[in-house]
Design a protein around this ligand. Structure first.
Ligand code: CP
Length: 326
């Protein structure tokens, strides 16, 4: 018989006055430090619940539409698993070509339709701003699962939760982001979110053509965080606590020759990790292509598979919050 969890975060009954009830999650921008502490508290309790009892009926009777206009393995399946572990149901639309989108239906009409049937909509779409457009028409909470090269807020939340669970803190860390910082939406959201914590230093390592966008760097600078750009990793690696590696986003390049020039710009190998701190962690939103050698996978610092699992707990927390159950 599992022990009953006494959680301040998961009360019985609807919480229609809860701060995130009915809200959209489109960007990391609205989240305060207090919000993050709250989300991570809920996610931590979700983790304990999953580990103890697996599935429970917090969202029984609720339905999620999982609307993916772009490929996904982790985000799509973890949102489905999150809803199902909380006792809810899912309408998965991962092949929009089999929906009325293929007949030319607009995004506003598609989400207006789904909103008639479901309680919450998760959307991934190739255009920046698409999740905000969906939210305008849905009348139900919309969660951005990645809008082109824009943002991927739930990934940044799970990334911060991973750092918290793995490092035991989110303050006083040197975070190095490596790879495609131009098109990689996860690093845009993560850099913004890390400004909520104290003592964070950000280093960006990328080819010249894939630098972190100015608007993100300007927002980080406004919050007073030290940040620096590099084209090689060697100088910054010894001081790094969290190495966040990203894939070069082939699908966002108009010219394949430009992609070929940078595709293998950085490859993390055991030899590279030999120059890093013993307690550093390596993260990656995945999927990876060649940027982290599989020979690194057994290194205890390789946190990228554990990171995927933390995503389940964070997405369970977010669904419970916007549906008034946390
Ligand atoms: N990290 C991430 O967004 O992975 P998927 O593209 O598989 O969802």
């Amino acid at each position: 018989m599992p022990r009953k969890l006494k959680s301040p975060y998961l009360p019985f009954g609807d919480q229609q006055t809860a701060p995130w009830y009915g809200k959209d999650i489109l960007s990391v921008k609205p989240f305060t430090r207090a919000d993050l502490d709250y989300i991570f508290g809920v996610a931590h309790d979700m983790r304990i619940m999953v580990e103890r009892i697996g599935t429970f009926d917090l969202l029984k009777g609720k339905i999620l539409a999982n609307l993916f206009y772009e490929p996904s393995t982790r985000t799509s399946s973890s949102f489905m698993a999150a809803m199902q572990r909380l006792g809810g149901a899912v309408i998965p639309i991962s092949e929009v070509k089999y929906s009325s989108v293929a007949k030319g239906e607009s995004l506003p009409d598609t989400v207006r339709t789904l909103a008639c049937y479901v309680d919450v909509i998760v959307i991934r779409h190739p255009e920046v701003g698409s999740a905000a457009l969906a939210a305008k028409y849905a009348g139900k909470p919309v969660i951005n699962a990645g809008d082109g090269a824009g943002e991927h807020p739930t990934q940044a939340l799970l990334d911060c939760f991973t750092i918290r669970e793995e490092m035991g803190r989110l303050d006083n860390l040197h975070v190095t982001m490596l790879g495609d910082l131009k098109y990689g939406r996860t690093v845009h959201s993560l850099a913004r979110l890390l400004t909520r914590f104290n003592g964070i230093t950000l280093s960006y390592v990328s080819p010249e053509s894939l630098r972190m966008p100015h608007e993100v760097m300007d927002e980080v600078a406004e919050k007073g965080l030290p940040q620096a750009e590099h084209t090689t990793l060697d100088k910054v690696l010894p001081a790094t606590d969290v190495l966040y590696v990203t894939r070069v986003q082939r699908e966002r390049f108009e010219d394949p020759l430009l992609y070929d020039k940078v595709r293998d710009a950085y490859i993390i190998t055991p030899d590279v990790l030999a120059g890093a701190k013993k307690e550093m962690i390596v993260m990656h939103p995945l999927p990876r292509v060649t940027e982290i050698s599989m020979a690194c996978d057994e290194d205890p610092r390789a946190a990228y598979f554990r990171q995927m699992e933390y995503g389940l707990f964070v997405r369970m927390a977010l669904l419970a919050m916007v549906l008034g159950k946390a």
